[in-house]
Design a protein around this ligand. Structure first.
Ligand SMILES: [Zn+2]
Length: 500
């Protein structure tokens, strides 16, 4: 372990009023678990408590109770994560990224001498994030048979890399895609962690279910049968419209829960390695997701289509650095995905003053007593989530979902589905503009649309939405065009994943 004064440079926070503390060398690990919704984790209240490793991490650091994705699917959400900008400013609204937002925060990481490594599940990250890393490995490079135990391979690769770089300043981005459907861990992982009658009934139901059995095959033995992933992807659009009965919904939720449980095991491997190496105390470790997943909470399955309810846009965010963060702090103030990277850099002592958009939320948790709740600390921010179809704002305990001003539909079918949903809402007596309003303090499940009755609240939140669009600085953000060859490569990969 290098000491102060060794060849490794030391880093001193430069913000006025900060306690001057050195972190030598800064180590930052950003784990993004694709499609992980908050409420399936024990520390977020899941009664089955199947995530002991993530729960323990929360007890060692800070857990954000109300963290929101900046969008409802991967491409805009990850762009927000790395730029600290909302979609309206970085301009990434789908996977066919024409303009690449500048990644100024990652430039700061480089300027502070960190070696930058990424291990990611999706190869398309290389196109818009690859230039910000010294090395980015995607699962396609690591495990050609990615449908089976790729995430396990990724985690192993990440911990090996950490072990060989532990004495250097580093930034590691680990992106793992379970519990993104299709559920693909081999059955042997499930079998190691689950037993009992409930699981037997779940698997039996899925194997015998006329529709779900094909879409959600129960993994057995060492691998998922060939072709299952492709079959799921081909059917992905159909799943969004599938009418499923309660027992089928329960079975799919059980499979999702199993995926979350295996992800938790991998987080345990990562944390265990940091402890074995003796660097957990001085490592800024963040675990969050890009967005959540609807499991028929509001009548459909998936993310990125119609859904802006909390099962899709409320994400977990846990931050651990025992040397700098008191244990077991819960922050209840709403925070955004755009706060994640600035906060990690701030904790590592990297000066953010050159990136005006960067908002660290370190003041929300920096000084409370261990175990304290940070409820009410700081102001009451407005947190936005934005897609080409919907925009949502959470403010003062209320959440508004309104049609996007950028509204575009990729297909005629998507437009028709949207029209159908809006008609149903109008028939149900809700706001004619398709606006939904929920009081999250009394209705966290977003069951009771108050838009028709609370018109003053709707108007006030619509002012915030107008402000969101007005403050967009798309023109000033600029970007880099993708080459035609690069765009063709991305399209091919996305097609293979079932996105196009
Ligand atoms: Zn995603």
């Amino acid at each position: 372990m290098p000491q102060l004064g060794d060849a490794i440079p030391s880093y001193v926070p430069r913000r006025r009023g900060d306690t001057v503390r050195r972190m030598t060398p800064p180590r930052i690990i950003l784990v993004v678990v694709d499609t992980l919704r908050a409420d399936y984790l024990g520390c977020y209240g899941d009664r089955e408590k199947l995530t002991p490793n993530i729960d323990r991490l929360a007890s060692l650091g800070v857990r954000f109770e109300n963290a929101y994705s900046a969008s409802n699917f991967t491409a805009p959400a990850v762009a927000s994560l790395f730029t600290a900008l909302y979609p309206v400013s970085h301009g990434v609204y789908d996977f066919r990224i024409k303009k690449l937002p500048p990644l100024r925060l990652m430039e700061l990481v480089a300027q502070n001498g960190c070696v930058r490594k990424a291990v990611v599940d999706f190869g398309f990250f290389k196109s818009y994030l690859g230039r910000s890393f010294d090395d980015m490995e995607s699962l396609t490079d690591l495990a050609p048979n990615w449908s089976t135990e790729g995430p396990v391979v990724e985690t192993r690769r990440a911990v090996e890399w950490i072990a060989s770089h532990k004495d250097e300043p580093f930034f590691l981005f680990l992106h793992i895609s379970p519990p993104h459907a299709p559920y693909r861990f081999p059955g042997k992982y499930y079998e190691q962690i689950t037993t009992g009658e409930k699981w037997r009934r779940t698997t039996e139901l899925l194997r015998n279910h006329a529709v779900l059995g094909g879409l959600f095959p129960v993994p057995e033995g060492d691998r998922i049968p060939d072709g299952e992933i492709e079959r799921f992807n081909r059917s992905a659009r159909a799943i969004e419209r599938l009418e499923v009965q309660d027992d089928g919904i329960g079975a799919v939720r059980d499979l999702y829960r199993m995926e979350v449980r295996v992800v938790d095991e991998m987080i345990g491997v990562l944390v265990g390695e940091l402890e074995r190496l003796g660097i957990l105390e001085q490592t800024v470790l963040s675990v969050s997701s890009d967005h959540g997943e609807e499991l028929w909470d509001h009548g459909s399955f998936g993310h990125g289509a119609l859904a802006m309810h909390n099962e899709v846009i409320r994400t977990p965010w846990i931050l651990c650095c025992p040397d700098r963060i008191p244990p077991a702090v819960v922050v209840e103030t709403c925070v955004s995905q755009t706060n994640v990277l600035p906060t990690l850099l701030d904790l590592a002592g990297i000066d953010l003053s050159g990136v005006p958009a960067a908002r660290s939320v370190k003041p929300l948790f920096a000084h409370p007593a261990p175990g304290a709740s940070a409820k009410g600390r700081g102001d009451s921010p407005s947190v936005f989530s934005d897609t080409e179809r919907w925009i949502s704002v959470v403010h003062g305990g209320f959440k508004l979902i309104a049609p996007s001003k950028r509204r575009r539909f990729p297909t005629r079918a998507a437009k028709l589905r949207h029209a159908l949903r809006r008609t149903k809402m109008m028939l149900a007596g809700n706001d004619r503009r398709g606006i939904e309003l929920f009081d999250l303090r009394t209705d966290p499940g977003e069951r009771k649309n108050l838009a028709g009755r609370q018109k003053k609240v709707v108007s006030a939140l619509m002012v915030l939405v107008d402000g969101y669009y007005k403050t967009a600085e798309l023109a000033s953000v600029g970007g880099t065009d993708l080459s035609a060859a690069e765009e063709a490569r991305i399209r091919k990969e996305l097609d293979g994943l079932g996105y196009l």
